[in-house]
Design a protein around this ligand. Structure first.
Ligand code: AHR
Length: 313
């Protein structure tokens, strides 16, 4: 059996290996890199897999091309981390027609559920809600629960599950607080550079920001840089509260340094879960359609040094 490795070269693959084509979003964040590493470490030849990895560089058209190339190569499974939720119907129908099971990973696709076997990922709406509940609790403890609170959001890639869920979840809690005002929301595309740029714009536009909700850690790092460059302060001892999502190792450093107040975890270690799902499917078992990762949250009141030692990303 021969498959392409990368888009060009052909390789002979041992007949006994399960061939998996994985279309990854890109390498836009620390979270994404930890996610890629986890999948690569689980779907190894030693574990009985042959992984064809395609990095879409944050472009849906590249993901569609990758899925079509996986179909042509007659892979056994397709794992797709869809950059945005829309636009997948046609290519996933092609995979179905070719009889190749598709596992959606990390983000959802807005398609008929017959077009995919299952989905593994984060409950982004719950993360957003948890962030809002944390803020309400924090403000109450600070004696600021009656104050006017001005909030801005640095959003993830528009239309991505993590963006939609975190925005909607936080909005749900915001609506319960008449004194909270969302001044603005801007797209930071989940990258540090864009997060910094967007925060610079927001700081130039508003001089009364109390809270910044950053829809991932890398955008939070960029926002912190912008705030400090503007001569402002943030974190538990500063004048702007920073809330973030992911909980990568560098976010622990930022909380320990007093730059970020709280981080809501998005667990990137999907590799073992994908391995388990494919192994079950190979054994003819059915798997749960929706599979959430276990997640927690962290803030500066916790023993972050000890927690970080126990973590792998
Ligand atoms: O879909 C998960 C999100 O994508 C993570 O929060 C973010 O860091 C990544 O780029």
């Amino acid at each position: 059996r021969e498959v392409y490795t990368g888009m060009q070269e052909m390789s002979e693959v041992d007949e006994n290996l399960i061939v998996v084509g994985f279309s990854q979003v890109g390498s836009e964040s620390d979270w994404r890199n930890a996610h890629t590493q986890s999948v690569k470490e689980a779907l190894t030849e030693e574990n009985g897999f042959y992984l064809i990895f395609e990095d879409a560089q944050q472009k849906q058209e590249n993901q569609i091309k990758a899925v079509r190339s996986f179909i042509l190569q007659e892979v056994d499974y397709i794992v797709l981390a869809p950059i945005v939720e829309t636009g997948w119907e046609a290519v996933l129908q092609e995979a179905k027609d070719a009889g190749i099971p598709v596992i959606l990973d990390d983000r959802l696709a807005d398609v008929d559920e017959e077009l995919y076997t299952c989905w593994v990922g984060t409950n982004a709406e719950k993360e957003g809600e948890d962030a809002g509940l944390w803020l309400a609790d924090y403000l109450e403890k600070e004696g600021r629960d009656e104050e006017e609170i001005n909030i801005v959001t640095v959003q993830g890639t528009a239309g991505a599950t993590a963006q939609i869920g975190r925005t909607d979840g936080f909005q749900k809690i915001l609506k319960q607080h008449d004194n909270w005002k969302m001044l603005d929301r801007m797209d930071g595309d989940f990258t540090q550079a864009k997060g910094q740029e967007v925060m610079e714009t927001l700081l130039a536009k508003y001089d009364d920001i109390d809270v910044v909700v950053c829809e991932n850690d890398n955008m939070a790092f960029g926002a912190v840089d912008a705030i400090r460059a503007a001569g402002r302060t943030c974190g538990p001892d500063g004048d702007i509260i920073i809330i973030s999502f992911d909980a990568v190792s560098a976010a622990f450093d930022a909380m320990i340094a007093g730059e970020i107040n709280a981080v809501f975890e998005c667990n990137p270690l999907h590799g073992p879960k994908l391995q388990e799902i494919i192994t079950s499917l190979e054994a003819g078992k059915t798997v749960d359609k929706i599979q959430y990762m276990e997640e927690a949250y962290f803030d500066t009141t916790m023993d972050l040094e000890s927690i970080r030692k126990e973590r792998a990303y």
